[in-house]
Design a protein around this ligand. Structure first.
Ligand code: ADP
Ligand code: MG
Length: 243
């Protein structure tokens, strides 16, 4: 097995007195696709947000591509390696699609506008919305906005992509177009951690499914095992609700 690109050891996090991550241990290999499932409130978002330090944690170690997330200095470096896509696209409403995609590479990577725009056009083509580059987010459908959000994250050339319920806010007819973009990204070899209830996607794309429950990893296995023969009754109950 190749060396883990993400190493999480003994991770504990509290919100006030609420213990939301309990002794989480997880290693992710470069190129691996993980799907994270579990009931609402089980800590899925918090776990992936700890990987780019959108959340602080009180105990444990998170190392991303060899960079420990312990000092503020490393934080910058890690954020460059890790892209994130949220449920609510979080695009800048007052900027065009193109500007949304070029902003971070210009600011953080110091690219010229010309270079950033060339790259952005390529990415917008890749996610199937090259013709929307001059529009504003509000002029786009939810599915298109989420594809812009994916292009924006990819513009930083991350090694890892985190997705937090990327299709949960979409009308049903737009879910497929976003999942297709994510499938394409998976085929390109990207390391991906995806929180989703889209079990078809999990079945097709995941190397491993992580089941979270009450701040812990309840079990983890291939999609086949999780869907057909889970070790825990609670996994079975959860899957019956979402399938
Ligand atoms: P999931 O993504 O699995 O639904 P979360 O990681 O969002 O779960 O939340 C885990 C627990 O932490 C929940 O009990 C939630 O209410 C709590 N929580 C999440 N964010 C905050 C916050 N900013 N402040 C206080 N509690 C929070
Ligand atoms: Mg969540």
């Amino acid at each position: 097995m190749s060396k883990a690109i993400i190493q999480i050891k003994g991770l504990n996090k509290w919100f006030g007195r609420l213990h939301v991550l309990r002794e989480v241990n997880l290693e992710v290999a470069a190129g691996e696709k993980l799907v994270i499932v579990g009931p609402s409130g089980s800590g899925k978002s918090t776990l992936i947000r700890c990987i780019n330090r959108l959340e602080e944690f009180q105990q444990g170690e998170v190392v991303v591509d060899g960079i420990p997330l312990s000092s503020a200095k490393n934080l910058e470096a890690v954020r460059r390696e890790v892209g994130m896509v949220f449920q609510q696209f979080n695009l800048f409403p007052h900027m065009t699609v193109l500007h949304n995609v070029t902003l971070a590479p210009c600011k953080v990577r110091g690219w010229s506008l010309e270079k950033a725009e060339r790259k952005a056009q390529e990415l917008l083509e890749r996610v199937g919305i090259a013709d929307q580059a001059r529009k504003y987010p509000a002029q786009l459908s939810g599915g298109q906005q989420q594809r812009v959000a994916i292009a924006r994250a990819l513009a930083m050339e991350p090694k890892i992509m985190l997705f937090d319920e990327p299709t949960s806010a979409l009308d049903p007819e737009m879910v497929g177009e976003v999942l297709d973009v994510m499938r394409g990204l998976a085929e390109s070899g990207m390391t991906m951690l995806v929180v989703t209830h889209e079990m078809g996607f999990a079945r097709d794309v995941a190397d491993r499914v992580i089941v979270m429950d009450q701040g812990q990893i309840l079990e983890q296995a291939s999609p086949e095992v999780i869907f057909q023969n889970p070790a825990h009754e609670r996994t079975r109950v959860f899957l019956q609700r979402v399938l």
